[in-house]
Design a protein around this ligand. Sequence first.
Ligand code: NAD
Ligand code: 4PL
Length: 248
Amino acid sequence: MSDRLAGKTALVTGAAQGIGRAIAARLAADGATVIISDLNEAGGVAAAEAIGHGAKAISADVSSPTSVTALFEAIDAEMGCVDILVNNASIVPFIAWDDVDLDHWQQIIGTNLTGTFLVSRAATDQMRAKGKPGRVISIASNAFFAGTPNMAAYIAAKGGVIGFMRALATELGAYGITANSVTPGLTESDGVKTSPHMAAFDFVEMLQAVKGRGQPEHIADVVAFLASDDARWISGQTINVDAGMVRY
Ligand code: NAD
Ligand code: 4PL
């Protein structure tokens, strides 16, 4: 769609499907070399082939320190460094409060919050080691503002992600690295299409200022802006992308 990300390398986690895949496609269309990373190895390869523009798949589990280390060793060997990190990989549960036990809590925090920490730690250490500025963009959720039902551990993890991006902006601003969060509203992703969240669309649309169903591209367009030079003066912020469902 433009060449505003020409010469940049972008890593998008959880990009085999859904919002992550749309983000990868949009960054590639804007000229970035995109690394698609996902637990789902075959899905990542298929996404990279479909997106083209030199997109490449490297599978990883963001919740595993050894897997994240291996991912960044491969990036170091193959392309040197990433300029843009998009923390998108998450589990999106629908779970009644009475079923939220310690196992569930630790699984969700482990992937959605600790995974964001592990990948951000490795990516920004690499940027600093190579003396490169960079961008960290984390996908949180408007459920953090709305307190959406059936997602207690998820909402806690997303609040942690938003807080972490605020802190990282401070820690890394001096190195020319910005850190921001994007909070999508309910979005018709591949994961949501096969989940009980589908039943919430009519209610959510009633609350939206702008009517229609959230699509992955609505989120990808804003992430691509934050990745671009136009967003160089934005850091530590949370951009809500939900057709005006919540105001904060
Ligand atoms: P999705 O389930 O369609 O896709 C998620 C992808 O992440 C999958 O490909 C999955 O394999 C991958 N993944 C899961 N755990 C992983 C791990 N440990 N390591 C690597 N990859 C892993 O999800 P989606 O709806 O596209 O959501 C994408 C992001 O947007 C998530 O951060 C989610 O919390 C956020 N979000 C989604 C919605 C929505 O309504 N869809 C709303 C707000 C925020
Ligand atoms: C409003 O992040 O923000 C359902 C599923 N509804 O994952 C979300 C809303 C879901 C959301 C989310």
